[in-house]
Design a protein around this ligand. Sequence first.
Ligand code: HEM
Length: 398
Amino acid sequence: MAISTATTVEDVPVFEEDLFTKEALRNPFPYYRKIRDLGPVVRLRGLDIYALGRFADVQSALRSPDVLISGHGVGFNDLLNAPAEQPAMIQSDGERHRRLRMPVARQLTPKALQHRRTEMYDIVSARVAELVGAGWVDGVTSLARYLPLTAVSHLVGLPENGRSNMLRWASAAFNLAGPNLEHLQGDLAALREVQQYLLEVDPAELREGSWAQTLFENVAEGRLTLAECRAALSGLVLPSLDTTIYAQANLLHNLGIFPDQWRALKSTPELIPSAVLESVRHSAVVRWFSRFAASEYHVGEVRIPQGARVMLIYGSANRDERRYVSPDQFEVTRNPTDQLGWGSGPHMCAGMHLAKLEMEVLLQALVEHVESIEVGEPIIGSNQGLYGFDAVPIRLSG
Ligand code: HEM
């Protein structure tokens, strides 16, 4: 394949394949490799999108928030990128972004979460113990979803009608992260539903002491307006379940298909934090987001013009052979502290420590109760924003 030496927009290579077909969404990794090999920047055929797939370029882009801004949307269609009256944290820049982020992120620091570790471990440990010797079960419904749907949705604290909709809303919101909105009427309706819900949710109905309720205290204390608080709340409601469920499902699958890595972890549990990072590197749940080039942006020799939509492919950056040796292998000793599965820069995932905690206690429970993990043929999801398994048959033996 020719190596790109492009310097002008016209010379930027075009990636001819469609990244958004069901087949590509289910196994995006060969597509990512072709994008990386075509050059540091490619244009997606038929779409007005410049895509970056190499680690160093995605990382630099995420750390250039003054040029590559989020305030004009981080999706790939005009509907999601349209200016909102009260844009969410992920769709804000500068001072407004900091104001929305701080009260959410403050509740999700390692220190703030530390006293939840034992409680979360106990919940997941009891579940793992029940599954050992129980034969083949679906690892997603019986295990990966368990902690998020019990502990996490309780901690977020929405009343029952909100809690029961959180999964459906999140799946719809992420699925709209594609350029093509045909056939997505159901998802659009779900997005409108959640937007309406966030506008109307009554703080008095939120669980006492919950993260959502604590967020509303910022209004009383004058740190956020009521409208800003509702915008910040979407950062707890939309990304806190599906992402971690997929991350745990992907982790279970990796342990099953790389049995030597499971044995290494079992004999050296100190590797648990590294195994969590490695699974998010290897099987990045959030596929991509985008930025808007507020002024010309340079990637090496390539000048991306002002006004361009720039796609940052986290899942590709994490498999970049320019950065990682044998990137398609899942290696629990790798400890990829730089991996981009949670992003980087000012928009780096505000729930990262919670996600890590959930994955760590799951691994701790597996190490404690399980001798071997077998996995069967999974059903791979085709959500346009999230990569992961919708079902993974697993058998845990003690
Ligand atoms: C393994 C699970 C997760 C993954 C892989 C993930 C991934 C990401 C990524 C890649 C971003 C960066 C967005 C950007 O660059 O524009 C992000 C942002 C964000 N995530 Fe997560 N996430 C996860 C779990 C969570 C959880 C559990 C929560 C909430 C409790 C959460 C809340 C957020 C919020 C609020 C943002 C926006 C941050 C900002 O704009 O400053 N995420 N996440």
